[in-house]
Design a protein around this ligand. Structure first.
Ligand SMILES: [Zn+2]
Length: 405
């Protein structure tokens, strides 16, 4: 707020929003409550609480659920109130290179419908229109007439949250795609665009291994590498929306070509493709390995488990480089928890010992102490759950923005 000009009106509006937010939070988190207990819990005057409750009921966010137990002192039992989880819906969509998942959640984020289908071939606009169509069908089939309040879209690449744009997703062949604009034109709701690491971080924090620690960072490793960083439970975006893209930090001495157009990026030595390349280079240099000609990261991991030395070294090298990445994240953000997520989390038993050792070796002692290093609990569900939860977080900004000021 810029100190000039009259502020009385603004203050009044802000106070109303604070009070409304308080009441809604107590109803939502406190289960069934009466107006009197709301007044006690919020320390607001009873008439104020009653006016807000009437407004929330009119908006469909709160509903009356009949009388409670008669007070000890006698008199009429109070009418109880509860949060109306079906007041609005949120949609989360995870668009992957091969498969797309669309999930519908209620106002508490509980999933009421899910659809999974092959990611459509063709132009990004066609892919996004298919997502919108599937979301509409899923809502129509489960909650006829249900109102979508917000949509969260999660993409495997660089995203600009502020403009709702997918900057670069090599696996999809997308470059500067106005995702939010295209979907909003079809669905007429706000659309929030995140990358897969950010979504997985939010999902792990709220429903997975994070246990709502608030300050959490997730290393998202698959064909590429990025970090989803949460501060007080919210995604840290940065001014252009690319915060956490550590996979594209340059490593001195590394001349490998990266998907982003630069050379020597960290993800060229800390990702699934890096694991394959290390094994291939060792074989080309004359090392003996059970790996044949064409193999993927999964085959390298399987060979490492069977005792193949070349494969084990490739896994160890990637694990160590991920530990280096972890040390950068730990030093830069000092999270309470660092989670290994993305496709390579499936072989965390092989990677984690190397990752932990390297993180401890490279990170600042004071920053490393107290950082728990864990593995994704949600697995392949993390991205789409994150999409739903992010849509929910953003649809509630209206009530919560006052607390961030
Ligand atoms: Zn790069």
């Amino acid at each position: 707020m810029d100190g000039a000009g009259p502020r009385r009106g603004a203050d009044h509006t802000v106070m109303r929003e604070v009070n409304r937010s308080l009441v809604l939070t107590v109803v939502r988190e406190g289960g069934r409550v009466s107006r009197a207990s709301l007044a006690r819990a919020t320390t607001l005057a009873k008439p104020t609480v009653s006016a807000i409750v009437d407004e929330l009921i009119a908006d469909g966010l709160v509903r009356e659920v009949g009388p409670g137990v008669t007070a000890v002192s006698g008199g009429r039992p109070p009418i109880l109130l509860e949060f109306n989880a079906s007041s609005h819906l949120v949609v989360g969509a995870h668009i992957g290179a091969r498969r797309t998942t669309v999930a519908v959640g209620d106002a508490n984020g509980h999933e009421v419908a899910r659809r999974e289908f092959d990611t459509a071939d063709g132009e990004p606009e066609a892919v996004l229109r298919e997502v919108a169509a599937q979301a509409t069908l899923a809502v129509g089939a489960t909650v006829p007439g249900g109102r979508i309040a917000a949509v969260g879209v999660v993409l495997p690449g660089l995203t600009d949250f502020h403009r709702g744009v997918c900057l670069l997703a090599p696996n999809l062949g997308w470059y500067d795609v106005p995702v939010a604009e295209v979907l909003t034109a079809v669905l007429d709701v706000p659309v929030y665009v995140h990358n897969a690491g950010q979504a997985a971080a939010v999902a792990e924090n709220l429903e997975g291994v994070g246990d709502k620690v608030g300050d959490l960072a997730l290393l998202y490793v698959g064909t590429g590498l990025s970090a989803g960083v949460l501060s007080a439970g919210r995604v840290f975006h940065g001014t252009g929306g690319t915060a956490g893209e550590i996979g594209h930090c340059r490593m001195p001495g590394n001349a490998e070509q990266c998907n982003c157009g630069n050379v020597g990026c960290l993800e060229t030595v800390a990702s699934g493709p890096a694991m394959v390349r290390f094994a291939r280079e060792a074989i080309a240099a004359g090392r003996v390995s059970a790996l044949g000609d064409g193999f993927d990261a999964r085959a390298v991991a399987a060979a490492a488990r069977s005792g193949d030395a070349v494969a084990a070294e490739a896994v160890a090298e990637v694990g160590g480089n991920l530990g280096l990445a972890a040390s950068w994240v730990i030093n830069a953000y000092n999270p309470a928890m660092l989670v290994l997520g993305g496709g390579l989390a499936a072989i965390s038993d092989l990677l984690l010992p190397h990752l932990r050792d390297a993180a401890t070796e490279y990170a600042l002692g004071a920053a490393r102490r107290g950082v728990e290093i864990q593995v994704s609990k949600l697995g392949r569900d993390a991205e789409v759950r994150g999409a739903v939860l992010l849509a929910l977080q953003h649809s509630e900004t209206y009530y919560r923005v006052v607390f961030r000021a």
